[in-house]
Write a protein that binds this ligand. Structure first.
Ligand SMILES: NC(=O)c1ccc[n+]([C@@H]2O[C@H](COP(=O)([O-])OP(=O)(O)OC[C@H]3O[C@@H](n4cnc5c(N)ncnc54)[C@H](OP(=O)(O)O)[C@@H]3O)[C@@H](O)[C@H]2O)c1
Length: 338
């Protein structure tokens, strides 16, 4: 057992898109578990857009951070020492660790992972919170039906790619919006969307009209304005809009305005989605998604970085839209599944 570990703390409060200089890698002590606690080694750290809002104190349940604070984040971990009867040594768990190699827990807000349900790293994406977010938005809230067209932004990301694939399985035609030709190729080829529009190309609004036939039954919004305005323009009469994310404003905190007139004209229904409301449906979703993954009916794509020291650069990539797929940091390569 190691006595010291690496952790990443805030060197200063980021302004705008976080850059690597906002973070600092430091050495820290590894606390040993007391009675009723266990010590876990982080293997895969999840990088998520909400962490940007959390640092700024703009995310549900998070106070704002100060210089020197551990950066928040959840990891797939292996238990390396335990004094907790329900969490034996060797078990796999998903828990809040922050950006560090080891963390002690008393079991609260910890999920035991079953490696037979799929690759453990997928517990951070398609088989985890982003997957449940997609399931809740597409199936529980929008109730997407066969024959409908679903449009989703950030379509190559963990939530967007899963949303499109779940809609395909429900019999929908699927169109993605993504920020590069490379992302669109992944969306079409790996995630099997019917079409994907690169919104950084000059004539993308025309392409969007063409790809959707200007008849989008469900828009799954991960980005907010200005993509939301473009999506409302091609929304069908009585279309449904699921508001899932506003990544376009997480870096600044400054709300972008959206024109509301199309919502009235189209008699649209708009739904806000918070994944935490849907936790009771997680086990059901996990069983289905694990089977679909094993059968090759759904796929996932990871944007991996290879050490805790690379987390700040990877987070910069995520928050500037340069990740392709679920952003993951491999913190402990020796624990990785073969
Ligand atoms: N409501 C909930 O409960 C809930 C739960 C989980 C996630 N979410 C939200 O779902 C969305 C997707 O999350 P994810 O984990 O799957 O991550 P992700 O899609 O990998 O998120 C990053 C992507 O967002 C896109 N993006 C659009 N505008 C951007 C901008 N101005 N700056 C940077 N990136 C921009 C980029 O893709 P393109 O280049 O393709 O646009 C980027 O690659 C996020 O908004 C997240 O906050 C919401």
């Amino acid at each position: 057992m190691r006595d010291t570990q690496q952790r990443v703390v805030l060197a200063r409060i980021p302004v705008g898109v976080p850059v690597p200089e906002d973070f600092q890698l430091v050495e820290a002590e590894v606390r040993q578990p007391g009675p009723g606690e266990f010590l876990a080694r982080a293997v895969y750290l999840s990088l998520d857009p909400y962490v940007r809002s959390a640092i700024a104190g703009r995310h549900l349940g998070h106070g704002s951070s100060a210089t020197g604070d551990l950066v928040p984040g959840r990891s797939v971990c292996r238990i390396v020492a335990s004094r907790h009867p329900a969490y034996p040594e060797g078990a796999w768990v998903l828990m809040e660790t922050g950006w560090q190699q080891y963390a002690v827990s008393d079991g609260r807000d910890v999920r035991r992972l079953d490696p037979s349900l799929g690759p453990l790293s997928a517990s951070l994406g398609v088989l985890g919170m982003p997957g449940l977010t997609a399931w809740a938005g597409v199936m529980t809230i929008a109730r997407a039906r066969a024959g409908e067209t679903l449009l989703v932004s950030a379509a190559s990301g963990a939530v967007g790619s899963t949303a499109g694939q779940l809609a395909r399985l429900a019999g929908c035609r699927t169109v993605g919006l993504a920020g590069s030709a490379e992302k669109c190729a992944v969306v079409r080829e790996k995630f099997r969307f019917d079409a994907c529009v690169d919104y950084k190309q000059e004539h993308w609004r025309e392409e969007l009209s063409h790809a959707t036939g200007r008849h989008v039954d469900v828009y799954f919004d991960n980005a907010g304005p200005p993509l939301l305005d473009a999506a409302l323009d091609v929304l069908a009469l009585r279309g449904r809009v699921v508001l899932c994310g506003l990544i376009g404003q997480y870096n600044t905190g400054i709300p972008n305005t959206v024109a509301l007139a199309p919502l009235i004209r189209k008699r649209a229904q708009v739904f806000g989605l918070v994944v935490y409301d849907h936790e009771a449906t997680f086990e059901d979703y996990l069983r289905r998604a694990s089977r679909w993954l094993a059968e090759g009916q759904i796929a996932y794509h990871e944007d991996r970085s290879d050490s805790l020291a690379s987390a700040p650069a990877a987070f910069h990539r995520l928050m500037s839209g340069r990740n392709v797929g679920k952003s993951i940091v491999v913190v402990s390569a020796e624990d990785e599944e073969g």
